[in-house]
Design a protein around this ligand. Sequence first.
Ligand code: NAP
Length: 291
Amino acid sequence: MTLLDGKKLAEEIKLEIKAEVDQMLASGKRAPHLAAVLVGQNPASKAYVSTKIKFCEDVGYGSTLITEDENVTEERLLSIIDDLNQNDAIDGYIVQLPLPRHIDEERINLAIRPEKDVDGFHPMNFGKMAQGMEAFLPATPYGILEMLRRYQIPTEGKHCVVLGRSNIVGGPMSILMSRKGYPGNCTVTLTHSKTRDIGGELRRADIIIAAIGIPGYVKADMIKEGAVVIDVGINRVQDASKKSGFGLTGDVDFAQIKDKCSFISPVPGGVGPMTVTALMLNTLKAAKKIH
Ligand code: NAP
């Protein structure tokens, strides 16, 4: 079994991005600039945003963090988005999800200018992606593609089973794996909570991409020998050995299946770091377009 080391890959890509930023600066251009809008005090959201800001610092991007109170109005958020859309010093930005219940996430997403939508969530980018056109790919699926590419995992003609159909992970992942090209050209089965026999579907998979948010859901008897397993899940579970009292685990029972699969991404240290990296690659792309 080979571990798909997202942490190591992210460090490699970080150096590549930094080299590009240095080149941009040397040729008189300004560095890419990412902004993040963070609403409320959700600890996971705060941690994600600070990881993104830290990445910006590491590669030489400019960054702007806009924090708003949990009770922020939708109008206020829309006005922040309008400013970001028009601010030429900002190449791309994200609105960290989830947003408080009183905010209509769909309305916020639609207000983001597609050219600055480095999370790749806007329907314009989603539609272009689905049609195989140039677009900002959603960060997690993009990170997974990059992982497959850099580990040179063959995908053509393979049967890929995606677990979960969310708009940010499973849905776009299923489209990308069935697209023409590499990574892609798979025959894809997209499964969800209404799928009748998930075990049966998974057992036929050469590549499994698990994104359902249930710790340890995929067991050894659900996969075939030699399958490639990408674990997207990030689940908080109680862990008395940790100071915080909890640890992170994926949607796959890593201990059970590690000796049965050919490749597996760990949690943490697999898809997570690749997601942040993909966001930074999108930001670089946004900056290059503007320049
Ligand atoms: P989500 O929006 O909650 O979607 C979950 C999907 O799983 C839904 O399509 C749901 O089906 C399906 N599902 C739920 N229970 C199921 C079951 N028992 N059997 C089969 N399907 C089931 O989740 P998400 O945002 O895609 O995230 C999924 C996981 O990935 C979470 O653990 C999340 O924290 C993690 N994640 C990680 C990263 C990263 O960077 N590593 C990024 C994003 C998300 P229905 O559609 O039928 O409800």
